[in-house]
Write a protein that binds this ligand. Structure first.
Ligand code: NCD
Length: 345
């Protein structure tokens, strides 16, 4: 674990990221999930993201601290915001960013994931941002390359950069997450956003409540009990199938996308019934704290998991989440460019 008091800086064109207020702690060559992040490492990312956000808000948002650094986006699944966010993050910092999507790459000619990763690695990619439908794919990839692998979503397993941007957004709104009640509503079982969120929010001291129909809650969690660390490899969470009970006195409400495939797969009687029972509506939110923060990672299906007026209401942070996502990804690329050597530049 490295802590470095020196100024964390790049001298390029006056760009300087400083760590005056906080000790930067960072010991990662890849970002695969948040289960191996310490609280100090999460704080490091947030502290740096704050500075990156300041760069992003400049009239000319450029701070070329990563000139000569090559980022390859390798997406085997559709994405709008995550892919664009990484692309922008790299470009704002002056990195070279290339995006490869599986449907027009040699993957359609039968090339394996390992060959694809080895090929990109041979081109001297410094970081590969990867999204894949198979849980664990980025872990496998990381064993075949020296490039830093960033997991941009693997199956229903993890989405660490989303959790970090959510933590940053909540810190901006609430100050601290300690003791805050965060309720995630929707398809928890298939949500990599939920899983990484559970790790991250719990590490920051929040109380996590999962809410959804029993068929969309992970097995072993749907018995309405407090699940202890001993019986699950996820941190303790509370499970509640009644949304009105779940939302009671909530500080944060996060709606998660409901995929239509769930209905085809027999996990839901109908989308109409789902939205009747679980849609996050203004009326239901009246049970949450008046100052509650409303989140959604996107893409959202208004009228199914979330009401349109709620998504665009004054408690919503949906757009801030998107902007903060760029800042968090800038921070991560910057940290990974140092390969764990905080202060090395
Ligand atoms: C999520 C994802 O792809 O995991 N979106 C995102 O990255 N913001 C959520 C989803 O697809 O429902």
């Amino acid at each position: 674990m490295m802590t470095n008091e020196r100024e964390y800086s790049s001298d390029l064109e006056g760009t300087s990221f400083s760590n005056e207020q906080s000790d930067l702690v960072w010991d990662h060559e890849d970002v695969l999930d948040l289960d191996d992040f310490t609280v100090q490492e999460i704080e490091t990312v947030i502290a740096l993201a704050e500075q990156m956000r300041e760069v992003l808000d400049r009239r000319i948002a450029r701070a070329p601290a990563l000139r000569g650094f090559t980022v390859i986006n390798l997406f085997f699944e559709p994405s709008t915001r995550t892919r664009a966010s990484f692309e922008l993050a790299g470009k704002v910092l002056g990195a070279d960013v290339i995006s490869v999507s599986a449907d027009n790459s040699s993957v359609v000619k039968g090339e394996s994931l390992i060959d694809t990763v080895k090929t990109l690695s041979a081109m001297r990619a410094d970081a590969i941002v990867m999204r894949h439908s198979m849980s664990g794919a980025p872990y496998l990839a990381s064993t075949y390359t020296d490039a830093a692998i960033i997991n941009a979503g693997d199956g229903s397993h993890a989405h660490p950069t989303q959790a970090l941007l959510d933590i940053y957004t909540l810190k901006q709104r609430l100050g601290s997450l300690r003791g805050k009640k965060i309720v995630m509503v929707g398809d928890i079982s298939h949500s990599r956003v939920a899983r990484s969120g559970i790790w991250g929010f719990s590490a920051m001291g929040a109380e996590v409540v999962l809410c959804g129909p029993p068929t969309l809650l992970p097995a072993g969690l749907n018995d309405n009990v407090h699940v202890s660390r001993k019986s699950s490899n996820l941190p303790s969470v509370q499970v509640e199938t009644d949304i009105d009970v779940a939302l009671d006195n909530a500080d944060v409400v996060m709606a998660l996308r409901l995929q239509k495939e769930r209905q085809q797969g027999g996990l839901l009687p109908s989308l109409r019934e789902y939205s009747k029972l679980y849609q996050v509506t203004q009326e239901r939110l009246s049970r949450a704290k008046q100052s509650h923060v409303l989140m959604h990672p996107g893409p959202k299906n208004e009228g199914i998991e979330i009401a349109g007026n709620v998504a665009s209401g004054s408690n919503s942070t949906i757009e801030e989440q998107v902007t903060n996502g760029v800042a968090v990804r800038m921070a991560l690329l910057y940290l990974l460019a140092g390969k764990g050597q905080v202060g090395a530049n």
